[in-house]
Ligand binder design. Structure first.
Ligand SMILES: [Fe+2]
Ligand SMILES: [Fe+2]
Length: 326
């Protein structure tokens, strides 16, 4: 019998030493691409396999070449954001069309497959909780079909999209132009009616799945519980966000360059990079010190809110820090 108690003590000390001291930025230019049964080309940005101490969560990039489709598989919940290319996904047997800026919710356990119907490569970001699902022994990753060339076969079987909503009423896909644009709302004078959260701090906010208090608030009709592609934030040239603190979140840089102060340490980032706000309470602030706008995509995981609810005295340290720093 191993000394399980000493093992726990050791693990506790190890995590204390590791979390908050690991990498905080994944470099888009340094990705290690691999081939898998699911994807012709895929690379992990943030996850345990690339040395980030996560809550069992991961952010991955994948590419579907023209004339190809991904494998078909099923697992826990997944959030997807399309960066390039056009095509559609078959999720639980129904077709959902996508293009750059489309956000997709894969329900827990739903089988899914993506096909590139355009003439350029399709690139998507995928946020998953496989390691967490495995840790609680409920995770299952089933490869139902391997990636393959597709000469239009899937499109013949699924000729048209019928709805962006699943049979149970939840939203599965949302194009960027249909997302709630907080800036447009503000300009139209609606802010006093229902102030968008934090709208005054950013040049623009698109609300995708929502989040911040909980990823499960059914914004836009999504019902994401474990993984939420919550927002796109736009920052004007030479501007900064507010200083605040919370536990794990991820930011993917869609456009531009800037830097973040994470627990007092400066990390620069540019288009294609991803920033990890580590699982412990982390004070951070984002800046755009360039002459062009920046756009970042935020990803949140439901497990964070499970622990925040347990955490005695947990507060996001938003308004307090804001009041003292401004
Ligand atoms: Fe998947
Ligand atoms: Fe944050």
């Amino acid at each position: 019998m191993s000394d399980f108690y000493r093992d726990w003590l050791r693990e506790s000390a190890r995590l204390d030493a590791v979390v908050g001291k690991g990498p905080v930025v994944a470099r888009g230019s340094g990705l290690k691409w691999i081939e898998t049964p699911q994807d012709v080309r895929t690379a992990m940005l943030i996850g345990e396999a690339t040395g980030f101490p996560t809550q069992g969560t991961a952010l991955v990039k994948a590419e579907i070449p023209a004339g190809w489709r991904s494998g078909r598989h099923s697992h826990g919940e997944e959030g997807i954001h399309i960066l390039a290319g056009t095509g559609f996904s078959v999720i639980d047997g129904a077709r959902y069309d996508w293009k750059p800026g489309t956000t997709l919710h894969i329900p827990y356990g739903a089988s899914h497959q993506h096909v590139n119907t355009g003439s350029d490569s399709a690139v998507y970001l995928s946020a998953v909780t496989h390691d967490l699902d495995f840790a609680v022994k409920l995770g299952r990753l089933d490869q139902l079909e391997e990636k393959a060339r597709d000469d239009g076969e899937l499109a013949r079987r699924h000729p048209a999209e019928r709805s962006q909503f699943a049979a149970d009423g939840r939203r599965i896909s949302l194009h960027l132009e249909d997302a709630i644009d907080e800036r447009a709302r503000r300009l139209a004078g609606h802010e006093h009616q229902r102030p968008g959260k934090g709208a005054h701090r950013h040049a623009g906010i698109w609300i995708l799945m929502g989040g911040s208090e909980s990823p499960s608030d059914e914004t836009n009709g999504f019902r994401a519980k474990a993984v939420a592609i919550t927002n796109i934030f736009e920052e004007a040239p030479h501007s900064g966000s507010h200083k605040h603190a919370h536990t794990e979140a991820m930011l993917y840089v869609l456009e531009g360059r800037g830097y973040s102060m994470i627990d007092g340490k400066r990390v620069d980032w540019e288009e294609g990079d991803a920033v990890h706000v580590p699982p412990r309470m982390t004070t951070h602030e984002h800046f755009n010190d360039s002459d062009a706008r920046t756009r970042t995509l935020r990803i949140e995981f439901g497990i964070r809110f499970f622990y925040e609810a347990l955490w005695r005295g947990y507060e996001k340290l938003q308004d307090t820090l804001e009041a003292s720093s401004r």
